[in-house]
Unconditional design. Structure first.
Length: 406
């Protein structure tokens, strides 16, 4: 029996993107234009050439995948550019039916003597807010035909950094040049939590969550426990990149030590071979208990299929992606893009890949999509969130009838 879920239906339904990196999701034309304006050197100033050289459909490894971020962050060092890129990202999502996004980025990569962390967060919010207001004031929203567009911002701390990452990180390393590097990394994370809470509480910027990104192997999440405890005390939601380049222990650590509400990727959740602690005698039991723990706590896994296929050569076929096992274990999952430019994808593309590769039924698709809204770090009150999710479900069910989806 043919799958009844069409591309047209996927484009029409309300969607979320909860794992969306700002600096990995620029319009290629904007990157080229701003690079020329700012005298930032690119390997080419032609879109097709850049796709061949940098933003490829396939990468050899994570290092090659990350190469493009050096170019994107280079042109995001002034408020005007950051605001424009944020506006365009929201607009691109709106145009494909994405109703809620959580834009994550590392503000300290854009921080300098001319731009403090609050200025950076303001610039991102200004762009997103303008796109939201433009769309929500349109007739299609005013007449109640479709749900409004909403967004939140997630601040990313870096697991590690070195000279050349940003002016801010260079200054921090210089000031503390006799200190242990991991202590410096932890200090930067604590500073970012404090700034994020300040931005939320005193400037009205919807910083809805805190994240930890960067090199996972050799830089355990627990090194940033102080920052996450501080975020926890200030009622800030938490997600952690975990199980992407390290195994199940990294995911366990993120949930138990850092109070993670969601996990970014979690690809190696079921990978017994990546359990290294000699204290864990029965690896099969450990993986089973961890999956059970995640399921019981409704810890949502942010799944990025295309990105994982590009950075993890061990996954030869998309049908072998652990998303299959996650579904079998009935875990809470949501489909995300990770990086729209670097992975050359959209939310609709990711959903279509999931539907085709894993033979997802209409009911399963609906559950996955609605999980995105329910498990979001929505910036408004719980009562408002419930009302918004109900509006999303009603709209989704109207589209099911329109497309004859049972």
């Amino acid at each position: 029996m043919k799958n009844i879920i069409s591309r047209e239906f996927l484009e029409a339904i309300p969607k979320t993107d909860l794992h969306l990196h700002l600096d990995g999701s620029l319009r290629l034309s904007t990157l080229i234009e701003l690079a020329q304006k700012q005298n930032v050197k690119l390997p080419s100033y032609d879109e097709e050439e850049l796709k061949k050289l940098v933003f490829k459909s396939h990468y050899n490894d994570l290092g090659e995948y990350l190469q493009g971020f050096g170019y994107t962050t280079a042109i995001m060092q002034d408020p005007e550019s950051i605001e424009r890129i944020s506006y365009e990202l929201a607009e691109d999502n709106i145009n494909e039916g994405v109703k809620y996004i959580e834009v994550r980025f590392a503000p300290q990569l854009h921080q300098s003597s001319k731009l403090d962390v609050i200025d950076v967060l303001k610039a991102v919010n200004n762009g997103l807010l303008k796109a939201k207001e433009d769309y929500n004031s349109s007739d299609i929203i005013k007449t109640g035909k479709e749900p409004e567009f909403e967004y939140g911002i997630i601040s990313c701390a870096m697991r590690m950094f070195d000279y050349g990452f940003s002016e801010y990180f260079d200054d921090l390393l210089n000031v503390h040049k006799y200190s242990d590097r991991k202590w410096i990394f932890s200090l930067a994370s604590v500073e970012l939590v404090k700034a994020s809470v300040d931005a939320r509480d005193n400037y009205g910027i919807p910083v809805v969550g805190f994240d930890l990104a960067g090199m996972e192997m050799g830089y355990p999440a627990v090194d940033h426990k102080t920052a996450y405890s501080l975020a926890h005390k200030h009622f800030m939601k938490k997600t952690v990149h975990a199980g992407e380049a390290f195994g199940p222990e990294s995911i366990f650590q993120a949930i138990t030590e850092l109070h993670a509400d969601r996990i970014g990727h979690g690809v190696h959740l079921f990978n017994e071979e990546m359990i290294y602690s000699p204290a864990i005698k029965d690896k099969k039991d450990y993986v089973r208990d961890l999956a059970q723990y995640i399921g019981d706590g409704r810890t949502t896994l942010e799944i990025c299929l295309t990105s994982n296929m590009q950075t993890l050569p061990s996954i030869k076929d998309i049908k072998d992606h652990p998303f299959k096992k996650m579904r079998e274990a009935k875990l809470s999952t949501t489909i995300c893009t990770d990086n729209r430019l670097v992975s050359r994808t959209t939310v609709t593309d990711e959903l279509q890949k999931a539907v085709e590769a894993f033979d997802i039924s209409a009911k399963e698709l609906k559950d996955i999509v609605i999980y995105g809204f329910k498990r979001s770090f929505f910036p408004k009150s719980y009562l408002v969130k419930r009302k918004y999710v109900r509006c999303i479900i009603d709209f989704y069910e109207k589209l099911e009838k329109k497309f004859n989806i049972n």
